[in-house]
Write a protein that binds this ligand. Structure first.
Ligand code: NAD
Ligand code: TYD
Length: 382
């Protein structure tokens, strides 16, 4: 496999939207390390899901310029593209949590659809003159496998030609954004690529999503909520593998093309819960200091963390199974995940144990207090 990081590339000037979020933050770290001669500008509204701490060291040493702002702010986006000579947009910014989309769909339509539209309009204005596009520009749209709906147990995994059938307001808003990007390619010739990726996990993941929630709750002896029977299947990909996939698409992906990205790692939610519990049990058995740090964890008294499992009411419209066929990105760009679920989950548990300073302020509200002082109290737009 040829990693794009090994090949010489021209210097780029990237605008990374949502670069203070989970995947965006990991991507910014990946890019700064692999492409130190490129310029990185992050545009992030710092909603509840954004955490500047993820990229603060890079901002402090001048490797990343951080702009606090909203992707739906057309004047700001246009000014950024012009003033910073942006030639590449990597678009992560989104409202991303399905449960929140069920409670407050308007915020998802606004950010995910209107925000993407705003970026597309600004990109065309900045990069296209009289129908001719500036050489070397690229718009990469980061999307999800959830746009394809739910698979039956024996149905073939999603691929690039799978018809869209989004089921949640989140998935519908991402599908709308994907269709806008496609239309800009088809109608105006925008040099764009799209990736539809499966569930990510790993460092810097906000603890409302399943895996970080399990870790943080287990450490505090809180219930581990399993929706319904816990037999819903997801295809899990370690976040840095997703970052490598996007790097490859930016380097060698064909303009106008879509790539489905996955981990070849289909697992039922309950199996994930049990794996995370076993890992935490094992860490406590190996390290007596954890008992002092987390006395409320069942493992601190030698009991299994899985005793905390609590089956709760199922999510409305809960998709039963997602799975990705990654044949295209494997064959055309040489992408394969480097982490298995076992190695990735083990790394993830170790990261949360070693980085309480990152997640504790997010959990106890002190991070939001700090952001309010810095930027004013600003939650996601609804
Ligand atoms: P996240 O919720 O952790 O981060 C989203 C980031 O976007 C945050 O930093 C937030 O502050 C920022 N943001 C939100 N609204 C904004 C706005 N209006 N203007 C500017 N910034 C705004 O999300 P994530 O899990 O990192 O997902 C990133 C992207 O990847 C999303 O587009 C998501 O749909 C997609 N994706 C996620 C997964 C996954 O498993 N997490 C899988 C496939 C695709
Ligand atoms: P989540 O991390 O919210 O990602 P997504 O909904 O985008 O797949 O959820 C992953 C799976 O875990 C999903 O099937 C819902 C389930 N889940 C629970 O069972 N309990 C929880 O507390 C959460 C947050 C999710």
């Amino acid at each position: 496999m040829v990693d794009s990081a090994m090949a010489p590339q021209r210097a780029r000037c990237l605008l990374v939207t949502g670069g203070a979020g989970f995947i965006g933050g990991n991507f910014v770290q990946h890019w700064a390390e692999r492409h130190p001669h490129d310029t990185l500008v992050v545009l992030d509204a710092l909603t509840y899901a954004g955490n500047l701490a993820t990229i603060q060291p890079l901002v402090d040493r001048g490797a990343v310029a951080f702009v606090h702002g909203d992707i739906t702010d057309a004047a700001l986006v246009s000014a950024l593209l012009a003033d910073r000579a942006i030639d590449t947009i990597v678009h992560f910014a989104a409202e991303s949590h399905v449960d929140r989309s069920i409670a407050d769909p308007g915020a998802f339509v606004h950010t995910n659809i209107v925000g993407t539209l705003t970026l597309l309009v600004a990109a065309r204005a900045a990069w296209c003159r009289d129908g001719a596009w500036t050489s070397g520009v690229r718009f990469h749209h980061v999307s999800t496998d959830e746009v394809f709906g739910s698979l039956a147990p024996n149905e073939a995994p999603f691929r690039e030609t799978t018809p869209y059938a989004p089921n949640s307001p989140y998935a519908a808003s991402k599908a709308g954004a994907d269709h806008l990007v496609r239309a800009w390619v088809h109608t105006y010739g925008l040099p764009a690529t799209i990736s539809n990726c499966s569930n990510n996990y790993g460092p810097y993941h906000f603890p409302e999503k399943l895996i970080p929630l399990l870790i943080v709750n287990a450490l505090h002896g809180k219930p581990l909520p399993v929706y319904g029977d816990g037999q819903q299947v997801r295809d899990w990909l370690y976040v840095t593998d997703h970052c490598r996939a996007i790097d490859l698409i930016l380097d060698r992906g064909e303009e106008g093309r879509t790539y489905t990205v996955g981990g070849r790692a289909e697992h039922a939610n309950l199996d994930i819960v049990h794996l995370v519990c076993s890992l935490i049990d094992a860490r406590f058995a190996d390290d007596p200091a954890l008992t002092q740090r987390y006395p409320d964890c069942p493992a601190a008294r030698g009991a299994p963390c899985r005793s905390l499992v609590s089956h709760v009411t199922d999510r409305a419209g809960h998709d039963r199974r997602y799975a990705i066929d990654p044949t295209r990105i494997a064959a055309e760009l040489g992408f394969e995940p480097t982490e298995t679920l076992a190695t990735g989950l083990s790394r993830t548990v170790d990261w949360y144990l070693a980085n309480e300073a990152w997640w504790r302020p997010v959990m106890d509200g002190s991070y939001r207090d700090w952001i309010s002082q810095q930027y004013g109290d600003r939650e996601s737009v609804s």
